[in-house]
Design a protein around this ligand. Structure first.
Ligand code: NDP
Length: 270
């Protein structure tokens, strides 16, 4: 049976084995998907061992996404821009890398009927997750995409690399100078119960606020956004499932449906 893994540290919390086994069942694919805890200095060795043993592919999660990129023989354009790989395929002795986070986010936003085409979007954060979503968001033809990050230089780096006249970057404070339809929080602040220091006036009247973090309760960012007047708030659970579906499609050439898995995961959070 074809073998797949998710590699990370920590890994116990990962829902990827559940998601991919459910996709396999739904699409009638014969495969086995397990999680593997990787010691911090053993990523390269563990990946090579798995590939040599006949493994077909894998997902990569924190903290190895950048190392995964370095290990690949070929990477997609979106993974190269992200500087991070979350999907590995082992074919003909080669390691191929892709990044499905961005397409997963876009898919989830569209599933929630969020209009991206012609919209003014604020992307908060400039880490691996933010970098991964820039090209897929631009492919949706927004009017404007502004990246704001606590460390401005990281946002500037993305803008320079992508060089698209719809793309600009600024400090948290200068987000006041713009109007937005959609705000996406791609920082890890919610994980620590914190908020990115975006002025509250920026949120008031915004159509949609999205947090890539998800939890049983609304994240601190989404609670704050709701209080500040955002019309709709969405967490990142749908993105998690959608990015997994894209990985599954890369490996198996079949796009699974995500609704049932998403409902089950949501119920498990409760
Ligand atoms: P990184 O560590 O690469 O980047 C973290 C980002 O968060 C940086 O921009 C950092 O700013 C910013 N940040 C952290 N704390 C604060 C704070 N208190 N105030 C303001 N900014 C802050 O992480 P990733 O980009 O890989 O991931 C970001 C989040 O997205 C994570 O929480 C992750 O769980 C989530 N994620 C969700 C996915 C999903 O499928 N739902 C997929 C991928 C990621 P600075 O540069 O100044 O340090």
């Amino acid at each position: 049976m074809d073998q797949y893994r998710v590699f990370g540290n920590p890994i116990k919390h990962s829902r990827s084995p559940y998601i991919h086994q459910a996709f396999a069942k739904e699409t009638g694919q014969e495969l086995n998907y397990q999680s593997q805890l990787v010691e911090l200095d053993a990523f390269e060795q563990d990946i090579k061992t798995f590939a040599q043993a006949g493994g077909k592919g894998g997902n990569v999660t924190v903290p190895f996404k950048e190392q995964a990129l370095a290990l690949c023989d070929q990477v997609s354009k979106r993974a190269a821009l992200a500087g991070a790989v979350n999907t590995l395929s082992f074919r003909d002795g080669q390691i191929l890398g892709d990044n499905t986070d961005g397409i997963g986010l876009v898919k989830d936003l569209l599933d929630h009927k969020v209009t991206l085409t012609g919209s003014r979007i604020l992307l908060i954060g400039a880490g691996g997750a933010a970098k991964g979503v820039v090209l897929p968001l631009l492919e949706q033809a927004p009017q404007q995409l502004v990246i704001a990050n606590r460390t401005l230089s990281k946002a500037e780096q993305i803008c320079q690399q992508v060089s698209d006249n719809r793309l600009t970057c600024c400090t948290f404070e200068r987000t006041k100078d713009y109007d937005f339809d959609v705000i996406i929080n791609a920082t890890s602040a919610s994980l620590d119960g914190r908020l990115p220091a975006i002025p509250e006036t920026v949120i008031a009247g915004v159509g949609v606020c999205y947090d890539m973090v998800y939890a049983k309760e609304l994240t601190p960012f989404l609670v704050w956004a709701k209080q500040a007047g955002a019309s709709k708030v969405i967490d990142g659970l749908g993105m998690l499932v959608a990015q997994a579906a894209e990985s599954f499609n890369i490996w198996r050439g079949v796009m699974p449906s995500t609704d049932e898995v998403l409902c089950q995961l949501r119920a498990d959070l409760d």
